[in-house]
Design a protein around this ligand. Structure first.
Ligand code: IPT
Length: 998
C-alpha cells in the first residue's frame, strides 16, 4: 500500500505546488548556480518511505554519494538496481494509473549556499531539466512541489524557502514508476534518476521572464516578431542585433512591434546563418542566436523560405554507452558533426525533447529538426485495441497538455525546429487533438506532426512509419486511390492533399537496412514525398563487463530483466562505440546532395540541395587501371544553384588494354567546416570505361579415370579427392555454404511487403533456413575422377531429415602452370524458400601463422549486399580480418565484399595466396568473406564476447548473397534482390605467393 504521502505516484495530475509556467530555456546574465555535482543518495524499494529525510536537520551521514546528473541504475555497480529495456511492453502491470508497490525510490540531498547578493532577487527558482519519472522537492524542509514529465523542464519557486548564507538544503525524492510512466513508454531503457542539470536561478526584479523571437525570411528581407514576457517594470526592453545594426527599444509590452531587417542571409540546414542577438532590460540581458526562416505548407509541399525541404533525417535518441540519457555535450557535438559528414540534414528528436543544448548545436551546425514531445503510450496497443489509452481519456488531458506546452515553450526560439511532433505511438484520441489545438494556437507557423493521426484529423502533415516502397509511392502519386492505412477513401484523399514524410523508415537493426536507394528515388519522382527519418541513429548499448572483466555493449536481458525486448534497442546507424555502420555509409551515398551523370565526354552535375549552391565544393576526377591511379585532376564547375544542373567537359581518359579502367568523380569540401575538414567527400560517382575483354573459356578435359589417391596439381595437394594444401599451406574446401548467420532482418517477422511470397506472417527467413537445415549441411561424395592435369569431385549436399539436396561438382585443373577451380552448384528440385547465400567455404588453419588480412580488387571498402551497393565503389582495398567484419551488437552475417576480381590473402603482411575470380557467362562476379568464425559459430553467439577462440580463418566465395531488407521492423527483401535457389558457377584461378613480392 502506498502511504498517504506517496499516493501521488498514481496521480495523473502532472504537477503540484509552486511550479512556474513553462518558458524558454534562455541564456541569461541573471545569476545562476549549478547544483550539479555530488549529492547524498539513498535508494528505497518502495515509495512508502517516511519523508523525514526532507527535514533540514536530517542526518544523511549514512547515505552514499551520487553524481547529479546521472541515472542511479548506471551508478553504484548494480547496488542501486539495473537498467530495464522494453520496447512496447510495460515492465509493470498495466493497471493505470497505478504502479506497483515495488517502486524504486531515490532520495537525494545536498547543501548549497545562497550566493551573496541573491537576497535582492525578486524570486529564486530551482530548475530541473530532466528527472525520471516523478519527483518531489523540499528546500530547507519546506515542501515545494512535485512534477513529472521526465524529459521536460520544471522550475519551482523556492523564494520563500531559501535563506541567506551557506546553510540551505535541497531534498528531492524520485520515484522510478508513477502514473507518468504510462505516458513514457518509449522504446528505450528505463533509466530513473535526476539525469539532467539542476540549477538555482536568481530572478531579478525587472528581469525578462521569457522572450520569443519569431523570425521570418522573404527574398533577402528578415522579420522579427518578438514576444516579451516581463513585468511592466522591466520596460523599456531593447533588442539588439549588432551585425544587422538592429537596436529596437520597446517602451511597453504592448509597444512590441515587428522589426523588419532589410538585408539578411536566411537560415537553412545547409547554411545555418545565425545572428547574435540580445534582449535586455535594465536588470537582465538574454542572449539568443537568431536565424531567419519562414516555414510554410503550400498545398502538398512543405517549404522553408519558399523552397521544398527533403528530409534526409535520423531519429535521434539521447543515448550514451556509459551515461545513458545524461547529456554529454562534447559527445553530442561530435555525433552531430558525424551526421553532417554522412549527409544527414534532419533530426527527429525521438521521442522526447533532448537536452536543450542539443538544439543550440543543431541550429549552429544546421539541421531541420522535428521536435517531439515526451509522450508514448504504446503498451496500450494490444493488437490495435488501445483500451484504456490515456490519450483518449479525460483524466489525462491535463498531463498531455502540460507535456506539449513544456515542449513548445522550452524550445520555441530555435530556427532549426521546423515542426512540432505531439509524440510517438500513443494511438489516437481527443487529448492528442487538444495538444494539436494548443500548439496551433500558440505557434501558428510551425506545422504539427503526429504519425498516429492516420486519418489526418488534427495534424498538418501526413506521416507514416515503415511504409513499404510501393505504399509510399502510392501516397505520392496524384490520382491514386489506393487505400491508405486506417483511412476511408475520403480520409485518404484528405491525406493526399498534405506533405508526406516517413517519420521512421529503414530500420537499421544489425546488418542493413537494404533498399535505401528505392526510398530515395521516390522523393525525386513525387514532390509530395518529403523524405524521412531512418530508425535510428545510434545503438543504445550500455557498456558492461562479463564476470571475467570483458567489456561489451549490453542490451535487453543482459541485466536480468523479467520482461525485456532483447537487442531491439540495437538498431542504429552508429554502433554503441560511435563506429558508423556500413548502413550509414550506404545512407551517405544514397542521399548525396550532388548527383553526377556521365554523358559521353561530359559530366552533368546536379545540385539537389535545398538552397545552397555548390560554391563550397571542389570537384575532382581520377582514373584507375585495376584500382591503381594513373591520372587525376580538378574539374572546373562554376557554382550550380540549388535545383539546377550544369554540364562540364570531362578530361581525356587513358583506357588500359588489359586492365579495367574506371573514372571516378568527387565533390569535396573546398574549405573546412565546423563538422569536417577541407577535402571531405560529399558526393562521388564512378564510370566504367574498360574495354570489353572476353571471359576465358572453360577448360575442357576428357579421359576421366577414378582416383582416390594422394597427388598434386600445381600448388594444390589432394587426398582422396579432397584438397589438403595450397602453396604448401594447409587448406580445406571448397565446401558448399548456403547459410549465413541470420541478420536481425533475417530473423524479422514483420510482414509489410505485399507481393512477396516469403513474407509469411510470424515466420522469419531464418526460421525457414533452420527448418531446411541450411546451417547443418552434410556431404556425400558421389564421384572422384582425375586426368593427368585435372581432378573432379561430385558431392550431394543435404541436411538431416531432409530430402532436399544440392549437387556440387568441383573441377580442379592446371593449364600453363595456373590452377583453376570451377564449382558448379546445382539445386535439386523442391527448394521453396529463399537462400541466404550460394557459396563455397575454405578453411585456413593458423598453422605457422594465421591468414589475417586481405587485399582485393573489387567493390569496397565496406561490406555490400545486393540491396545495399551504393556506397561500394570499384577499386583496390585492403583490410585486416578483424576490420572486414562490422561490430554488430549481436553477431550476425557481416563482411561480404561484392564484385570480386582479385583477392590476395595475407598473413602478418606477407602474401599467402592469390585468387582471381572470373565472371560467369552472364558477367556476374562473386563476392568474398574472410572471417575468423563460421556462419554457424556467429549464429550461436548472442554477443561478440561469446564467440569461441579461433584457430582458423574462413574464406567464403559467394556466387550470390540474399539482400538485406529491413524486416526486423519493415519490409522484407525486395523480390529483385531476394536470392532464389538457382544453379551457379564459380571459377577461381589460384596462385601461390609471388616470391618476388615485397
Ligand atoms: C516503432 C517505434 O516508433 C520506435 O520507437 C521503435 O520502437 C521502432 O518501432 C522499432 O525499433 S513502432 C513499431 C510498432 C513500428
Amino acid at each position: 500500500m502506498p502511504s498517504e504521502h506517496s499516493a501521488y505516484v498514481s496521480d495523473t495530475a502532472p504537477w503540484r505546488g509552486a511550479l512556474r509556467p513553462a518558458r524558454s530555456w534562455l541564456h541569461s546574465d541573471a545569476p545562476a548556480l549549478s547544483l550539479n555535482g555530488d549529492w547524498r543518495f539513498r535508494l528505497s524499494p518502495t515509495a512508502a518511505v517516511a519523508e523525514d529525510f526532507a527535514a533540514a536537520g536530517f542526518d544523511d551521514d549514512g547515505w552514499e554519494g551520487i553524481p547529479v546528473p546521472a541515472h542511479w541504475v548506471l551508478e553504484g555497480d548494480g547496488a542501486w538496481g539495473r537498467p530495464i529495456y522494453t520496447n512496447i511492453q510495460f515492465p509493470f502491470p498495466i493497471d493505470p494509473p497505478h504502479v506497483p508497490d515495488e517502486n524504486p525510490t531515490g532520495d537525494y540531498r545536498r547543501r548549497f549556499g545562497l550566493p551573496d547578493g541573491w537576497s535582492d532577487a525578486e524570486r529564486v527558482l530551482l530548475r530541473f531539466d530532466g528527472v525520471e519519472s516523478l519527483f518531489k522537492v523540499w528546500v530547507n524542509g519546506v515542501e515545494i512541489g512535485s512534477a513529472s514529465g521526465s524529459r521536460l523542464a520544471h522550475e519551482f519557486d523556492v523564494t520563500s524557502a531559501v535563506r541567506p548564507g551557506e546553510d540551505n538544503v535541497v531534498a528531492v525524492r524520485v520515484h522510478q514508476w508513477s502514473a507518468a510512466s504510462y505516458l513514457e513508454d518509449q522504446d528505450q531503457w528505463w533509466l530513473p534518476g535526476i539525469f539532467r542539470d539542476v540549477t538555482l536561478l536568481a530572478r531579478p526584479a525587472g528581469g525578462i521572464e521569457d522572450v520569443w523571437l519569431r523570425t521570418g525570411y522573404d527574398d533577402g528581407r528578415g522579420r522579427i516578431e518578438a514576444e516579451i514576457t516581463a513585468d511592466p517594470s522591466a520596460f523599456p526592453v531593447t533588442l539588439r542585433i549588432p551585425e544587422l545594426g538592429v537596436e529596437q527599444v520597446w517602451r511597453t509590452a504592448s509597444d512590441v512591434a515587428p522589426v523588419e531587417v532589410a538585408a539578411v542571409r536566411p537560415w537553412s540546414a545547409e547554411q545555418p546563418r545565425l545572428y547574435d542577438a540580445t534582449v535586455s532590460s535594465a536588470a537582465e540581458t538574454v542572449t539568443l542566436r537568431v536565424g531567419f526562416r519562414t516555414v510554410e505548407i503550400r498545398g502538398d509541399r512543405f517549404l522553408v523560405n519558399g523552397r521544398r525541404v527533403v528530409f534526409h533525417g535520423m531519429n535521434r535518441h539521447e543515448a550514451h554507452p556509459e551515461r545513458g540519457r545524461v547529456f554529454d555535450e562534447a559527445h553530442a557535438r561530435e555525433d552531430l558533426a558525424r551526421m553532417k559528414r554522412f549527409n544527414v540534414n534532419a533530426i527527429r528528436t525521438s521521442h522526447y525533447p533532448p537536452h536543450p543544448r542539443l538544439l543550440d548545436l543543431a541550429d549552429e551546425l544546421g539541421f531541420w529538426v522535428v521536435l517531439e514531445c515526451d509522450l508514448e503510450t504504446h503498451g496500450f496497443d494490444n493488437d490495435g485495441d488501445w483500451t484504456g489509452n490515456p490519450t483518449d481519456d479525460p483524466a489525462w488531458r491535463a498531463a498531455c497538455l502540460d507535456r506539449i506546452e513544456r515542449t513548445v515553450e522550452r524550445d520555441k526560439n530555435h530556427p532549426g525546429v521546423v515542426m512540432w511532433s505531439l509524440g510517438n505511438e500513443a494511438g489516437t484520441g481527443v487529448n492528442l487533438a487538444a495538444m494539436a489545438a494548443w500548439t496551433h494556437a500558440r505557434d501558428p507557423e510551425r506545422p504539427v506532426h503526429y504519425e498516429g493521426d492516420y486519418t489526418g484529423d488534427y495534424t498538418d502533415v501526413y506521416s507514416r512509419m515503415y511504409a513499404t516502397v510501393p505504399e509510399a509511392e502510392q501516397i505520392g502519386t496524384d490520382g491514386s486511390d489506393a487505400p491508405l492505412l486506417g483511412c476511408t477513401p475520403a480520409q485518404g484523399a484528405r491525406q493526399r492533399t498534405k506533405p508526406f514524410l516517413l517519420c521512421e523508415y529503414a530500420h537499421a537493426m544489425g546488418n542493413g537496412p537494404g533498399a535505401l536507394d528505392q526510398y530515395e528515388e521516390l522523393v525525386h519522382r513525387h514532390p509530395r514525398l518529403h523524405g524521412g527519418f531512418v530508425w535510428e541513429w545510434r545503438d543504445h548499448g550500455i557498456l558492461a563487463r562479463t564476470a571475467d572483466g570483458t567489456p561489451y555493449h549490453a542490451y535487453g536481458g543482459d541485466f536480468g530483466e523479467v520482461v525485456h525486448d532483447g537487442n531491439f534497442v540495437m538498431d542504429g546507424m552508429v554502433l554503441s562505440d560511435d563506429v558508423p555502420t556500413p548502413g550509414l555509409h550506404e545512407f551517405k551515398a544514397v542521399v548525396q546532395p550532388i548527383r553526377f551523370a556521365f554523358d559521353g565526354d561530359r559530366l552533368a552535375v546536379t545540385n539537389l540541395r535545398h538552397s545552397a549552391d555548390t560554391s563550397d565544393l571542389a570537384f575532382r576526377w581520377r582514373v584507375e587501371h585495376d584500382g591503381t591511379v594513373v591520372a587525376s585532376g580538378d574539374l572546373e564547375v562554376a557554382p550550380v544553384a540549388a535545383g539546377e544542373s550544369a554540364r562540364v567537359p570531362l578530361p581525356a581518359v587513358p583506357v588500359a588494354p588489359d586492365a579495367e579502367t574506371w573514372l571516378t568523380v568527387e565533390a569535396v569540401l573546398a574549405a573546412a567546416t565546423a563538422w569536417a575538414p577541407a577535402g571531405h567527400e560529399v558526393a562521388t560517382a564512378q564510370q566504367d570505361r574498360s574495354v570489353r575483354r572476353p571471359v576465358p573459356a572453360g577448360r575442357r578435359r576428357t579421359g576421366w579415370l577414378p582416383d582416390e589417391g594422394t597427388f598434386a596439381l600445381g600448388i594444390a595437394e589432394f587426398t582422396g579427392g579432397s584438397l589438403t594444401r595450397l602453396a604448401g599451406r594447409a587448406v580445406t574446401g571448397p565446401r558448399l555454404e548456403l547459410f549465413r548467420a541470420p541478420t536481425d532482418n533475417d530473423e524479422g517477422t514483420s510482414d509489410r511487403l505485399e507481393g512477396s511470397d516469403d513474407a509469411l506472417p510470424e515466420v522469419s527467413s531464418a526460421q525457414l533456413w533452420r527448418r531446411d537445415g541450411l546451417d547443418r549441411l552434410t556431404t556425400r561424395r558421389i564421384a572422384v575422377a582425375r586426368t593427368a592435369d585435372a581432378l573432379r569431385t561430385v558431392d550431394r549436399v543435404s541436411a538431416a531429415n531432409s530430402a532436399l539436396s544440392v549437387t556440387v561438382e568441383s573441377v580442379w585443373s592446371v593449364e600453363d602452370g595456373e590452377l583453376e577451380l570451377r564449382v558448379e552448384i546445382e539445386p535439386a528440385r523442391g527448394w521453396r524458400t529463399v537462400w541466404p547465400r550460394i557459396g563455397v567455404r575454405f578453411e585456413l588453419p593458423d598453422g605457422t601463422g594465421p591468414v589475417d588480412g586481405a587485399d582485393w580488387f573489387g567493390l569496397g571498402p565496406h561490406e555490400s549486399y545486393p540491396d545495399s551497393l551504393r556506397a561500394a565503389r570499384t577499386g583496390r582495398f585492403s583490410a585486416d580480418v578483424g576490420d572486414l567484419a562490422a561490430g554488430y551488437a549481436r553477431p550476425q552475417e557481416t563482411g561480404h565484399r561484392s564484385g570480386l576480381r582479385r583477392l590476395t590473402l595475407t598473413s602478418g603482411g606477407t602474401e599467402v595466396l592469390h585468387l582471381t575470380a572470373l565472371p560467369d557467362t552472364r558477367g556476374r562476379r562473386p563476392g568474398f568473406t574472410l572471417a575468423r568464425h563460421t556462419p554457424q559459430q556467429l549464429a550461436r553467439a548472442a554477443h561478440p564476447h561469446e564467440l569461441p577462440e579461433s584457430a582458423t580463418s574462413h574464406l567464403i566465395i559467394d556466387a550470390a548473397q540474399h539482400g538485406l531488407g529491413s524486416r526486423a521492423c519493415g519490409p522484407d527483401v525486395w523480390p529483385e534482390f531476394a536470392l532464389r535457389p538457382e544453379a551457379r558457377t564459380l571459377r577461381l584461378r589460384i596462385t601461390g605467393a609471388d616470391p618476388h613480392a615485397g
